[in-house]
Write a protein that binds this ligand. Sequence first.
Ligand SMILES: [Cu+2]
Length: 209
Amino acid sequence: MPLGDIKVINRTMIALAFAGLLTGAAFGFLALKNSSPPGEGQVIVTDRPAVGGPFSLIDNTGKRVTDKDYLGHYMLVFFGYTNCPDICPAGLQIMSAALDKLGKRADDIVPIFITLDPARDTQEKMATYVKAFSPKLVGLTGSESDIAATAKAYRVYYQKVSDDNDPKNYTVDHSAIFYLMGKDGKLLAPIPHTNDVDQLVSALDRALS
Ligand SMILES: [Cu+2]
């Protein structure tokens, strides 16, 4: 299937958005790592990059959950939608495989998939979808505004794109990053989407140690 011009532009924008986020996060970490006692005129970085935050959504069992329910656990968060043809199924498969490979070290990591397409991704649909990847995978959906607020907190880019061949249908372009959140609910590491299980395993391993 040939890609339309618009699609190419969208993909470029997503790539740029990743680069921006990762650069921003890297600067944040560097600033933290190099923190010497502050002198006059020095910028004091007091916190990790502000990615993530409060959310209130519905899980795949129909229960309302908030970020507070996961305090004391790591969260590995990925945003997408169940109709996604490629990025999401691949990402979730890699995520499950990486957690399996981490073995006991993954016991404390809750894998979470948050939909960017709540209009179609009902709780029931999410339940069926996440089960196909891992019994541990939590699927979260919610109202358009709750999802929008969560995506904003995680600085996730997403955009509905209508399907030229089927006007009633649409896809959702979205950024693809695995967010490892610490036990305090704050970002530990943003990990770019990869199709290489070992790459994700080693990124998680580094972030956890
Ligand atoms: Cu996707």
